[in-house]
Design a protein around this ligand. Sequence first.
Ligand SMILES: [Zn+2]
Length: 501
Amino acid sequence: MPYGFPTKRVVLAAIKHESHTFNRFPTTLDLFRRQGYHLGREVASAYRDTGLEMAGFLAAAARFGWWVQTPISASATSGGRVTAEAMANFLAVLGDGLRAAMPLDGVLLALHGAMAAEEDDDADGTILAMVRGIVGDAVPIAVTFDLHANVSDRTAGLADVIVSYRTNPHTDHYPTAVRAAELLHRAMTGEVRPRTVVARAATLVAFDRGRTHTGHGPMMDALADARRLERMDPGVWCVSINSGFSHADVWQAGPSVTVTGDAAPAQLQAIADGIMVAGFHRRAEESVRLATVADAVAAMGAGRPGAPVVVADYTDAPGGGAYGDATVLLRAMIAAGLQASAFGAIWDPATAAQAVAAGLGAHIAVKLGGWIDPEFSDSPIAAMAEVICLSDGDYVHEGPYAPGTVGSFGASAILRIGGVDVIVSTENKNILDQQQFKIFGIEPSRCASIGLKCMHGFRAAFEPVAARVISCDAGGLTTYDYRRLPFRHLRRPIWPLDNVE
Ligand SMILES: [Zn+2]
């Protein structure tokens, strides 16, 4: 910029997807359009009042007096690889937005960090390469990541600043964004340019899978080390612990540590390596063990209205890219004769449409769920069901997980099977918020037991009303048993698939 021109010109954008490369359904541009796709001025109106990254970017931009453009915000629930068409669209829209906004002082991007596209195992790196190609080497680029990012060497080399979430369930999208904006501002106004280095190890799993809700364990210790190292040296701007996303058949899958700063590169690398090595040695330590379905459902029997036992199927979690149609846990709940119980959700567009056609109060014979892959989804539940509620499925998060976030199950129904009220959806959605039950007239706190599909994110909203929370292994696509997944592109050897000692 010309000397004396005080306003910094910054492009803000978000392109977020966690790609479960073993999921057979590609994530299409149409799916992004249905779930979260905004261009230009729409971006601010869609996200200003949320707890998401773009809200943090916009608030920081106002505070620093930046001139900003927001060419694109795109996000979709975790699923299969992003289609080449969607990827080409993101690159074209963001590229055009950057070129139109030049000259720029900085770029601030919210990425997930574990996006893979058709024919592209490192889609986040491809986005950064395009951005760098347009803005040139002199313009700093700052990036926020989910802590489930799989950070490639290319990505670390292209981003000046990387800042990852520090909570799991993720409740810090906004402060993460503000932190990245502050570091970008420092990079734009300071005399020295930061750089970012990355370390990883021969493991798919470390840092307690990123868990922070237990308040102890390897992730909490690594985060404490990160904060201590940032305080010790002003040349260390940000240390990020990424537990990684292990259901991705890409070379860089798994945990990593990134360090951003203006200290000597060797010093930054030594910090990243030190934390990563410590994480590697503790890779088998986990603060949560998954229960069997039998044990989990037995525990549900002790729940009572007002003090529900909440059981999450960790392994059919749509938020981790699973199909959301698996029937193992629901079948066991029905077989156990649970009463005053709720289940969210079974992704089954055909049965949702059947319920809509039959109408409220109808009794219908259903073949519910289990329609995608017998190996990970089990089989359909054949039962008589009563249509208790019909809905457009639209909800707004009340929080604490990303309050203000808008989502939708699409045309959806509550089917009562025995004593269990089941959400049957047209869109495959993770359960993260009580509103996802409340829109159907189900008050989670009044249930005796609740079954749901999610890895960690539900805990923020459901632990406060639950007598007990249990995560179980029902054999779905987000399994811990990586030998069930046919890895081909992943770097080897790697634990726990190979002997790495
Ligand atoms: Zn995540």
